[in-house]
Design a protein around this ligand. Structure first.
Ligand code: ARG
Length: 568
């Protein structure tokens, strides 16, 4: 329920009931009318610049315009009072009854969003490589974005576009042919870098691996047999860590290998449109335009040794997705080192007329250590995602021990997960951020544990109320400032989610949740709920507010893929 939109729509339609305004108001000006939630709410809960916006059209002072508008806005049934401040800002104070129950005033009537069909490409792991720190953001942000989209009523399909058909497979097969089959996923994860390192020194080795790749892609039965033995080991390891991270299962684990089926369809289109240029044995698609000032290399459609390329798999995947799902949008979450790749393939897709969906790449920044360089473990290696959860869990355990608490492992795991994921989500996806396993586990401040702690607190209030037999009920005496602030925050949830979805900015949700947790705790400290000396009606009224806050907080926590322990 986007209450903000309900209020601003009502303000806009109310002022159009004034003839003098209706006659001159252009859509342009109407669109620019801002309705804001002021930081300091002494003068009102919402304020609007509408009077200023109308100065030119009405040729009157903003104050006079505001005076003309005030009585109209006072007619809105959810408004307690309206006033003018400064040069002509209009402030609105909302009725307590509205804050307690916006639906009763029709605020849910604007809820019918047009459902979009969004294909989301995230995770997109690789066979032969353990999930590592570089996969954290695509996994966590992609999963939360997916959950937000669904919560808002959109349809989504999540794609794990597996890296399972390129040169790394040839490198692993060449290695296996010489050294024997791997027994575990970790064996394979060691093979790939060893073989890759050798291919850098040894040209014959590289050529052998390339040959293995092409042969695998063209169906060599021996290589397929080997592939079918090691790939599942890797996949099982990937799926274990996704379970540990509480990531929704992917709708499709369709990667480079399955994309191969659609390469011929794209080939046909490219040929028909004459988009391919033969270049030194390779097939390329030029995508540079006259406007380009930066280098814009062509798309490598087919390599000179005849291998299916990374770009070809992506174009084939776009073909599959657009023809199968008919999506309005395809959104990709990867790190920003792939910016150029996506610019290239989006251009090629456009040239090929395969751009019926809006194609969008969100490129992440890097997770760094205190030195500003990519984060490494103490021994200088790149941490796996398992390592990262372990590191954070260790810090949680230490903290609990310091405060004399003994927490069950399951609780520690939940807190660690919240610490790690919340910290990732609260940063703007495009920028780098510094990761400090000890800082993220603090129980105070902008952290996952603080959010969980707030939820645990509300859960225990509700439980206690049950044992005391206190029921929740709307109380119609005047609300305290802390109650009002909390309720105003709750009203903003719908707008925050819509913005987070539209801007692909999951940090908006994370930071909103932190603000909400703060408002909840301020309310909790100032407004005793079940204390003996609190009159019954007040108890019931506050419990009603607790229920509302709890519902929103738990929804937010769930959208971030966190789990709440019973106690902490
Ligand atoms: N597997 C790739 C990597 O680890 C990421 C794939 C991203 N998605 C895509 N459709 N290209 O670098």
């Amino acid at each position: 329920m986007n209450v903000y939109k309900f209020i601003s729509d009502n303000i806009k339609s109310k002022i159009q009931e004034i003839d003098e305004i209706k006659d001159v108001l252009t859509t342009d000006v109407a669109n620019n009318i801002a309705v804001e939630v002021p930081k300091i709410r002494d003068f009102g809960d919402y304020s609007t610049n509408v009077a200023m916006m109308l100065v030119k059209l009405l040729k009157k002072s903003p104050r006079d315009i505001a005076e003309m508008i005030l009585p109209k806005l006072a007619e809105l049934d959810f408004v307690e009072n309206v006033s003018v401040a400064g040069p002509g800002f209009i402030n609105l104070k909302l009725k307590d009854a509205f804050l307690l129950n916006p639906e009763k005033y029709g605020a849910h009537k604007n809820d019918n969003v047009t459902p979009l069909m969004v294909d989301i490409d995230y995770g997109s792991y690789n066979i032969g490589k353990a999930l590592h720190i570089g996969h954290l953001r695509t996994t966590v942000v992609g999963d939360t974005f997916n959950r937000i989209a669904r919560f808002l009523g959109h349809k989504t399909k999540s794609y794990n576009h597996m890296g399972d058909w390129g040169l790394p497979m040839g490198l692993i097969i060449a290695w296996i042919l010489e050294n024997g089959m791997p027994k575990t996923a970790d064996d394979i994860n060691a093979m790939y870098p060893a073989s890759a390192a050798r291919s850098k020194q040894d040209k014959d080795w590289l050529e052998r691996a390339q040959k293995c790749t092409v042969d695998l892609q063209s169906g060599n039965p021996e290589y397929l047999k080997i592939y079918n033995q090691f790939a599942p080991l890797s996949l099982a390891q990937i799926s274990d860590i996704l379970v540990r991270l509480n990531i929704l299962p992917f709708d499709e684990n369709k990667g480079e290998r399955l994309a191969a089926d659609y390469v011929p369809c794209v080939q046909k289109i490219l040929d028909e449109k004459n988009l391919i240029v033969h270049d030194d044995g390779a097939d390329i698609i030029p995508v540079k335009t006259d406007e380009d000032t930066a280098p814009m290399p062509p798309v490598m459609w087919r390599s000179s040794i005849g291998a299916q390329t990374y770009a070809a798999a992506d174009l084939a995947a776009i073909y599959y997705r657009t023809t199968t799902d008919n999506p309005t949008d395809i959104v990709y979450f990867t790190d920003n080192r792939q910016n150029l790749h996506f610019t290239q393939i989006f251009r090629a897709a456009k040239l090929a007329g395969m751009d019926s969906a809006n194609l969008q790449h969100i490129g992440f920044g890097t997770i760094t250590g205190a030195d500003g360089k990519p984060f490494k473990t103490r021994d200088g290696s790149v941490p796996s995602l398992d390592d990262m959860v372990d590191m954070v869990a260790e810090s949680v355990r230490k903290r609990a021990a310091e405060s004399g608490k003994e927490l069950p492992n399951e609780t520690i795991e939940m807190i660690a997960l919240a610490a790690l994921k919340f910290n990732d989500l609260m940063h703007d996806v495009k920028s780098d951020y510094m990761f400090d396993p000890d800082a993220v586990t603090q129980f105070e401040g902008r952290t996952g544990p603080y959010i969980l702690y707030t939820a645990v607190r509300l859960n225990s209030v509700v439980k206690k109320a049950e044992t005391l037999g206190v029921g929740a009920m709307e109380n119609n005496s005047a609300l305290d400032a802390e109650e009002r602030n909390l309720l105003l925050r709750l009203m903003d949830f719908g707008r925050v989610l819509e913005n987070a979805f539209a801007r692909r900015a999951t940090d908006l949700l994370a930071n909103y949740t932190y603000d909400l947790a703060q408002d909840i705790n301020t309310f909790y400290h100032h407004c005793p709920i079940l204390r003996d000396d609190v009159p019954d009606t007040v108890k019931q009224g506050r419990l009603h507010i607790v229920n509302m806050a709890r519902e929103t907080l738990l929804n937010a926590i769930d959208l971030m893929g966190l789990r709440v322990p019973d106690a902490m």
